[in-house]
Design a protein around this ligand. Sequence first.
Ligand code: NDP
Length: 300
Amino acid sequence: MTDNARSHTSPTPPVTLLGAGAMGSALARAWLAAGHPVTVWNRTPARAEALAAEGAAVAASAAEAVAAGRLVVVCLLDDASVGEALADADLTGRDLVDLTTGTPAQGRARAAWATERGARFLDAGIMAVPPMIGKPDSGAYVFYSGSPELFEEHRATLAVPAGARYVGADPGFAALHDVALLSAMSGMFAGVLHAFALIRREDIAPTDFAPLLVSWLTAMAQLAHQTAEQLESGDYGKDVVSNLAMQAAGNVTLLRTAEEQGVSAELLTPYTELMDRWLAAGHGDEDTAGMVELLTGEAS
Ligand code: NDP
């Protein structure tokens, strides 16, 4: 049976995997555990050899691995390493799925690059860490974007290591969704660090404080739905929950408390200064949704 025929007919089609780092190895183990034949290549052979003991076939080169099967999954450090690793591989007729973290522009450029070489292409963004991979209840999932045909054909295989969420034919969209969520997380962790700094010199145990922090952030995160509705309607004054004038007044208390506690406000001030600018522009009776316009340059 040819590779292509097997991809179409087998419930556990073969997977070629380039990259046996922490994430690549976790992916390989999930496919092996589900009964998929896995051919793996890694620049440093020892990491691929470790997977051979668990049933993977080890290819001597990336080109050899690519030749082994139709579905080729790449999980390397960055986009440059993908170009380097695949430089000599014949991608004709291959379905290339790139789980390497990159930017939207890199995803689009890599899609054009793969198409020129005769491959169908999906870019991806992994919303998980390696221990969550292959565990259906972990909440792990992967954003995919690019060829809808490729996604439909390999959906079941792609869903083995983590949930598979297709976010559009634009190959840049998986990275955009991935990075947007990571960026939101970055702001959240900045706030978490500041909160722990505020209590640090007091008789408050961080482990007692953490549950309060988590439940507060979980409750407040729901307000993102309200922000989304205001952004979609363009009416930033619709169903206002906490108007900007009140929030800006509250910021004075946040900044004064940081000073009282001897804590740097450097993680807070970029956000409070943006709020002050939007307030000065006359948006005191709105929520904060419109501040997106300051970030995009639609307003100054
Ligand atoms: P590791 O550092 O564990 O592995 C990096 C992999 O890239 C190794 O296989 C390494 O090979 C390979 N590599 C690096 N440079 C090159 C190159 N120039 N040519 C060929 N291969 C190269 O990283 P992870 O496995 O953790 O991450 C892989 C991808 O998964 C990254 O894009 C990362 O952002 C993403 N990811 C990782 C998460 C995590 O928590 N680990 C979470 C979500 C996404 P070698 O062994 O020879 O060094």
